[in-house]
Design a protein around this ligand. Structure first.
Ligand code: FUB
Length: 319
């Protein structure tokens, strides 16, 4: 009987309907802060989930969702295998996050908020959840936050420790970048749940938040949400090392429709490069009711990134 209930619950968590991609790619809920990875033949997309009402004037982000596709057009909704409730030390919203695989385990680095307790006076914090599968179930990998507000001292506001992005270099060394108003980075130990060494600080030109770090060929990229004239835009830097120095390369995405923020998520899949972001273009959408989109991304022969063309058509089905 117990087994039957478990099987029933597993089926309930995976929506059987498919979503035809045309930006925004997710239309039945509001999603934000996209983070894609490729595992075997499948692209998994991790997102935040905006649940603010139209009248709300701030974020309400209930949990983190997982979607998957094998053709970039048909998306499967795997539900919300992770929320701030998973972390006993957390309270508040499910801000930007990134999931990454190492040695067959999936580490989901999330930003949320810490309870006021003997460990922290509150403020934004970074946690890590772990699972044996890309779709969960996920559990708190540490039992405490990986980064709390008190560990970074360069910014006075309490919510500067958000938006973790992680890469594992070819030599096996993992790096985590994150931040709001300033960008911070650390090395991670091989277990992915401990910081190795000191926290470092940098201020890429026009940096606001939402860093996304990755390596392509021999070049390292730090892409981030930047201060545009009207709203956030996306700029990037490159380096020949994961620790910098970083060379500012300029703007690649203008501000998006109907949302103050945008947020980069970048991946190569089946021979093409994809740029995920969010906007507020769904009916009743806005800065606190955002939706994830995807468009093609192109590199120049010298590795620099061409300007992203935002479309409502989105990308084509992979045959
Ligand atoms: O989604 C909440 C916050 O808005 C994220 O952490 C930022 O990157 C911005 O998208």
């Amino acid at each position: 009987m117990k087994l039957n209930i478990r099987i029933l619950l597993m089926f309930c968590c995976v929506s059987t309907f498919e979503i035809t991609a045309q930006n925004p790619i997710i239309k039945h809920i509001f999603t934000a802060d996209p983070s894609p990875i490729v595992h075997k033949d499948t692209l998994f997309l991790y997102t935040g989930h905006d649940v603010a009402t139209e009248a709300d004037t701030n974020y309400k982000m209930a949990d983190w969702h997982v979607f998957s596709t094998t053709d970039m057009v048909t998306w499967k909704d795997h539900g919300a295998p992770l929320s701030p409730d998973t972390f006993s030390w957390a309270t508040g919203d499910a801000y930007a996050a990134q999931c990454i695989e190492r040695n067959g385990k999936f580490y989901w680095f999330v930003s949320t908020f810490h309870k006021k307790d003997e460990v922290s006076g509150g403020g934004a914090a970074i946690g890590v959840a772990v699972s044996d599968r890309p779709t969960g179930p996920f559990k708190d990998a540490i039992g405490k936050a990986l980064v709390i507000n008190e560990m970074t001292t360069d910014m006075k506001h309490s919510w500067d420790d958000i938006d973790p992005t992680v890469m594992i270099d070819d030599d096996g060394q993992a790096y985590m970048y994150w931040g709001n108003a300033s960008c911070k980075w650390v090395k991670l130990k091989e277990n992915m749940i401990e910081i190795d060494g000191q926290i470092n600080y940098l201020k890429p030109k026009n940096f606001i938040e939402g860093p996304w770090i990755y390596k392509r060929k021999e070049m390292y990229y730090l892409v981030y949400a930047s201060k545009g004239e009207k709203a956030e835009t996306i700029e990037y830097c490159t380096s020949d090392s994961p620790t910098g120095p970083w060379k500012h390369q300029g703007l690649i995405q203008e501000n998006v429709t109907n949302s103050f923020t945008t947020h980069p998520g970048i991946v190569d899949y089946k021979g093409k490069s994809y740029f995920f972001y969010h906007n507020g273009s769904l009916p009743t959408g806005g800065s606190y009711r955002r939706s994830v989109c995807v468009d093609y991304m192109y590199y120049n022969p010298d590795g620099t990134i061409q300007k992203i063309v935002q479309t409502t058509k989105g990308v084509s089905k992979i045959k």
